[in-house]
Design a protein around this ligand. Sequence first.
Ligand code: RFL
Ligand code: PHB
Length: 388
Amino acid sequence: MRSQICIIGGGPSGLLLSHILHQAGLDTIVLERQSRDHVLSRIRAGVLEDGTVALLRQAGLGARMDREGFAHSGTYLAARNRGFRVDFIDLIGREVLVYGQTEVTADLYAARDAAGGIVIHNAADVAIHDARGTPYITYAKDGSTHRVDCDWVVGCDGFHGVSRRTIPPDVLRSVEKVYPFGWLGVLSRTAPANHELIYANHERGFALASMRNDRLSRYYIQAPVDDPVERWSDDAFWDELRRRLPADVAETMETGPSIEKSIAPLRSFVAEPMRWNRLCLVGDAAHIVPPTGAKGLNLAVSDVHYLSQALIAHYAGDDGPIDGYSDRALARVWKAVRFSWWFTSLMHRFPGDSALFDQKMQEAEIDYLEHSRAAQTALAENYVGLPY
Ligand code: RFL
Ligand code: PHB
């Protein structure tokens, strides 16, 4: 097989890139290790920046999102069981949309199907060859090895994928911070605790009240990353969540059986550069942020924006944008890494000797945020999303 661009990974990055390039008349093949059902069953992000929403609409992917997504013009921050609202519209005149990554991915698959796009699932042992010259990819499926020749390889294969590892270690520089805790997440068919998200700082640890729709809630609590999920009964989860949320919310919130429960580690990670010869990296393949700022999926979308423009320019005879892709994408990535690190540091309990001092500093900063329009504006700008 031959394709101008071979995309490894059929998550949101790979599918969106494939879709936008197709609309510009470029041909792509997407190779995905998992089945489609597996990709669509992963519960992940829930909050879309306004720039992400605009890009999805522009790519013709806005119909169901605009019908079923929920515009949130603010969010709540809480400390010591008391919350206050940060009003995005009042502060910066922009807002976010609550629409799950699962739904974005389903819309992308529907759009690729309608356009006759090629997405090969259950592709095992994907390997990248000759990325320095004329690249080709090999993969195994149905008992035989297949080959795709291409001009460009794009690694959209997430943190554990093969693409980043193909770049020689003397070229790639990785920077990483692993946080000493994880997030225990629960999805339940219950009404959301509040009409907007609540990010809660508490002496027992962070908690987040989020949602997917009127009858589907998503909650997280900070927990030891090596806690076995089975140790957390539903009752234990709800009791701990209620202890950490604002008192008025905890008293009235609906609880019920969990339909998904998992623990995710928290890390900040950036690999530079995001291009090596004919191989480019996009999304989680190049960078990871802790979920506190809701930035991961949104960064994947901004990478797709820069790279799609760059590849379109390349095929029109202009190599300036593709030569600048890595620097351009990373400039935005680092700012989101900073915001996610800051918000994580502000809201979580860190083990260690200075725990009480750290807690006092957090409470003072949250108090400052409550009463300073300047501080709230900085939060709102970053949360709703920096410009492309
Ligand atoms: P993905 O989604 O990981 O997709 C990569 C795809 O590549 C496939 N793959 C391979 N295919 C072929 N060969 C190989 N060798 C392969 N190795 C892997 C995988 O099967 C997969 O299908 O990366 P992508 O597309 O870059 O998208 C990134 C986002 O998924 C991620 O950043 C977000 O989910 C992060 N995230 C959040 N982001 C937000 O913007 N807002 C949020 O509110 C938010 N909340 C979250 C999150 C991530 C979480 N977890 C579980 C880590 C909440 C959580 C709990
Ligand atoms: C979610 O709803 O899954 C979610 C929302 C906001 C975050 C992280 C996750 O910051």
